[in-house]
Design a protein around this ligand. Structure first.
Ligand code: ADP
Ligand code: ADP
Length: 237
């Protein structure tokens, strides 16, 4: 479970990005965070894995007080939470499977990762993750030969290989066309339902959010203005 208790986030330049955030997200939920640009969606998501530190309040993830983690503990904690970005964040000049394999050794420099240091078990796990998102046949193709949608699925597979409890996705379909967006959203939905992984997604396409998410959190000027089932969302958001 993820719990925000009176969370506030003020950036060093004085911008108040989040205020009075109180929120509980249970394991296995599919949550879409919606709102205008600058509302605080990305900040909200990035506090969960401590890419951003909160300024006050408390954030608890699966019983862990996130603000109290230090150094190595932060890295270990982050490995249980997958993160997906708008820009995929892949190493485009190497193969799909290598991109998934690097998730097993995130701290190694890239040149060492290319030395074939992976075990058969790790390779099987990586191929299995690619199979789950329907791109097993692309395993040995270079990432820069793939379409945007395929690249986002590689990013999802890389995350799955870590066995995460939670996947955070910051505008995962913002750079994809509508048809491809649906394919990628179908994969998120599948992962959420079949593997009971919580998905918390920041998305500005409201229609897509309503179609896929079970729960919508509307953010405006750093505060939550709506929290409920997708079916109950009104025009005002
Ligand atoms: P959204 O994801 O809804 O577009 P963000 O969470 O990115 O919103 O931003 C919320 C507010 O915080 C905005 O006013 C934005 O300009 C500001 N902001 C975001 N990141 C930083 C930062 N690193 N430093 C200062 N202000 C920031
Ligand atoms: P996006 O629209 O994709 O969320 P942004 O332009 O909001 O991208 O933010 C890009 C990066 O710049 C983010 O890492 C964010 O934290 C940072 N950022 C956003 N607004 C500000 C700001 N006002 N001052 C400093 N950094 C910011």
């Amino acid at each position: 479970m993820i719990e925000f208790i009176n969370v506030e986030k003020t950036y060093p330049n004085g911008t108040v990005a989040l205020e009075n955030i109180n929120l509980k997200i249970e394991q296995g939920e599919f949550v879409a965070v919606i709102g205008l640009s600058g509302a605080g969606k990305s900040t909200l998501i990035r506090c969960i894995n401590r890419m951003h530190d909160i300024t006050s309040g408390q954030l608890v993830v699966d019983g862990v007080d996130v603000g109290k983690l230090k150094g190595k503990q932060i890295r270990r904690f982050r490995r249980r939470i997958g993160m997906i970005f708008q820009s995929f964040n892949l190493v485009t000049r190497t193969s799909v499977i290598n991109n998934v394999l690097v998730s097993f050794v995130p701290d190694l420099p890239l040149w060492r990762k290319s030395l074939g240091i992976f075990t058969v078990e790790q390779k099987i796990k990586a191929l299995d993750a690619l199979d789950k998102v329907g791109i097993l046949d692309k395993a040995y193709i270079r990432v820069d030969q793939l379409s945007g949608g395929q690249q986002q699925r590689v990013a999802l597979a890389r995350t799955l290989a870590q066995n995460p409890d939670i996947i955070l996705a910051d505008e995962p379909i913002a750079s994809l066309d509508p048809v491809t967006s649906k394919l990628v959203m179908d994969d998120f939905k599948k992962v959420n339902k079949e593997m009971n992984i919580s998905v918390i997604m920041n998305i500005h396409h409201v229609e897509v959010a309503l179609e896929y998410a079970d729960r919508i959190i509307g953010v405006r000027k750093g505060e939550i203005v709506f929290d409920g089932e997708a079916a109950l969302v009104t025009q005002e958001l």
